[in-house]
Design a protein around this ligand. Structure first.
Ligand SMILES: Cc1ncc(COP(=O)(O)O)c(C=O)c1O
Length: 517
């Protein structure tokens, strides 16, 4: 049963927004907040719209079409400007492969299949083939086991066979899985007030699922190694719990939750367990094969009933694909949408979208079969070796402290200076790292871009350049403790401001700016 502490926490979480609403209803408080927005927004707009002064802004269709060559030239110019940063390994995560030959290969597949839409499986059965094989290969990699992937045509108990669908990305895989559990619980158990038990470090997509599908989010803390507290997860389960979630690994700190314990608890209670392998699904199996310490996290554990694994991260596909997997085709059926009396005819779709880009599935399939087991193994070896070097290097910089022990996402902070000022310094040296909070820290997610070697004596490897810049940044912050400005105060405020609705407002206005011409 839920502990008293958890109940109190829930009540506090429910009350906070109404207290804030009352505060903002006070004109003086609201005016003050608005004037802060007025100060912040122009600067934000300037940084988000760097091309405004150079290129025409178009808010209406051009009267006559622009020559294709001119359109291509404009796009080519912007691409060139933006590519250097990620291509040279200055970015955390984001581009996971990025070698020129690989990109050209994916682009060629996209060009060949750009008109394909799997909604019309009769016109493009090739895409259904690619998608079925993407799912089967992913399931096989993630411990589908003796029964074999459900759609591989092998014998075995249907309820144990691992099946799934291709989706548009990690978030869609997670949303679909949570919707699936909600619908199953409603039909089979009559649960109308569903709850999901989710570690605080799980991806924001689970919050999105809770909001979209009206599922109550029950948060589980992490221990001092940033692993979900599985006993707290066990204690948070109620008769309304539909699923327990764990990450392999988590986005913020790259830590693998105790999936074995958590999934066993879920199994005991007869509820689902989802492993979020969006980030690690295509890396951890190879890490384990290479002998790195990887605790069990996939379908080899009997309690794991679904997983998300992103082909568009360490699967090295183009952006826009992921895989969601289920134990048993019965569970997968709760994901599907079917309607039989629509005037438009019999309609069905496996995921949220109707029409979908078949070309992305074709390119994803192409990435998987062209890399093969040896390609993934080799990429994993390079990434994990580089990540280990970066980890050692961070550890060796006095004043920095790593959060937990991760294989390839290193989160670090400082007990001596403001880590967000180090982030600012790194930004000034062209790096794009992630600033995180609760606790305040910065992380770097190591990809193939970071494995690029140095050239001769003059050009260091990406990893060495990162560590040298980080050491310099730390030195600078130590030498200039009182310097003001930069993004550090904004991060600091965003992390600690008690009025979370105000922070949400800032984020909404940020999105508004993105859509400004
Ligand atoms: C652990 C984890 N889960 C889910 C996601 C969401 O994936 P996407 O951005 O593809 O929607 C991410 C993205 O980084 C992630 O790291």
């Amino acid at each position: 049963m839920m502990s008293l502490k958890n109940r109190i926490k829930r009540i506090r979480a429910r009350l906070a927004p109404s207290v804030e609403k009352s505060l903002r209803a006070i004109p003086a408080v609201n005016r003050r907040i608005e004037s802060q927005f007025d100060e912040l927004m122009p600067e934000l707009e300037k940084s988000l719209k760097p091309y405004r002064d150079e290129l025409p802004r178009r808010s209406q269709l051009p009267e006559t079409g622009i020559e294709r060559a001119a359109v291509l030239e404009e796009i080519e110019t912007l691409r060139e400007r933006e590519a250097a940063r990620w291509n040279d390994g200055y970015v955390s995560g984001a581009v996971y492969h990025g070698d020129e030959g690989h990109i050209e290969f994916l682009n060629r597949i996209y060009a060949l299949t750009s008109q394909a839409n799997p909604l019309h499986a009769d016109i493009w059965p090739s895409i259904a083939k690619y998608e079925a094989e993407i799912v089967a290969m992913t399931a096989d990699m993630l411990g589908a086991g003796a029964a074999g992937p459900a759609d591989a045509g092998e014998a075995g108990r249907a309820e144990d066979q691992i099946c799934g669908t291709v989706t548009s990305g990690g978030t869609e895989s997670i949303l679909l899985a949570m919707k699936t559990y909600r619908d199953r619980a409603r039909e089979t158990k009559g649960i109308t007030r569903p709850e999901m038990v989710v570690p605080v470090t799980a991806h924001a997509a689970f919050d999105k699922a809770a909001q979209y599908f009206n599922i109550e989010m029950v948060r589980v803390p992490v221990d001092d190694r940033y692993r979900a507290d599985w006993r707290a997860a066990r204690d948070a389960i109620t008769k309304n719990t539909i699923v327990v979630v764990g990450s392999a690994p988590s986005f913020p700190h790259g830590i693998i939750d105790p999936i074995e314990e958590m999934s066993a608890v879920a199994l005991e209670h007869g509820i689902g367990f989802h492993t979020d392998g969006c980030l690690g699904g295509f890396l951890l199996p190879w890490a384990a094969e290479l002998g790195y310490p990887v605790p069990p996290f996939d379908f080899r554990l009997p309690g794991v009933t679904s997983m998300s694994a992103d082909t568009h991260k360490y699967g090295y596909a183009a952006k826009g694909t992921s895989v969601v997997l289920y134990r048993g085709t019965d569970l997968r059926h709760y994901q599907y949408f079917t309607i039989t009396d629509w005037p438009g005819g019999l309609y069905f779709s496996p995921t949220f979208a109707g029409s979908r880009p078949g070309a992305l599935s074709a390119a994803c399939w192409g990435a998987m079969v062209s890399l093969g087991r040896d390609g993934y193994l080799d990429a994993a070896r390079r990434i994990l070796e580089t990540a280990a070097r970066i980890r050692e290097g961070i550890e060796a910089i006095p004043g920095l402290r790593l959060l937990g022990h991760s294989l390839f996402v290193h989160a670090f902070t400082s007990d001596e200076f403001d880590i967000y000022r180090v982030l600012d310094q790194m930004t000034g040296r062209h790096w794009s790292l992630n600033g995180l909070h609760h606790p305040s820290c910065v992380h770097v997610c190591v990809t193939l871009r970071h494995t690029q070697p140095g050239v001769g004596h003059t050009q260091p490897s990406v990893a060495e350049r990162f560590l040298a810049d980080l050491a310099e940044s730390v030195d600078y912050v130590r030498a200039n403790p009182a310097e003001a400005g930069g993004m550090a105060p904004v991060y600091g405020m965003a992390a600690t401001l008690p009025l979370r609705g105000v922070v949400s407002d800032i984020l909404r206005r940020y999105i508004d700016v993105l859509y400004k011409v």
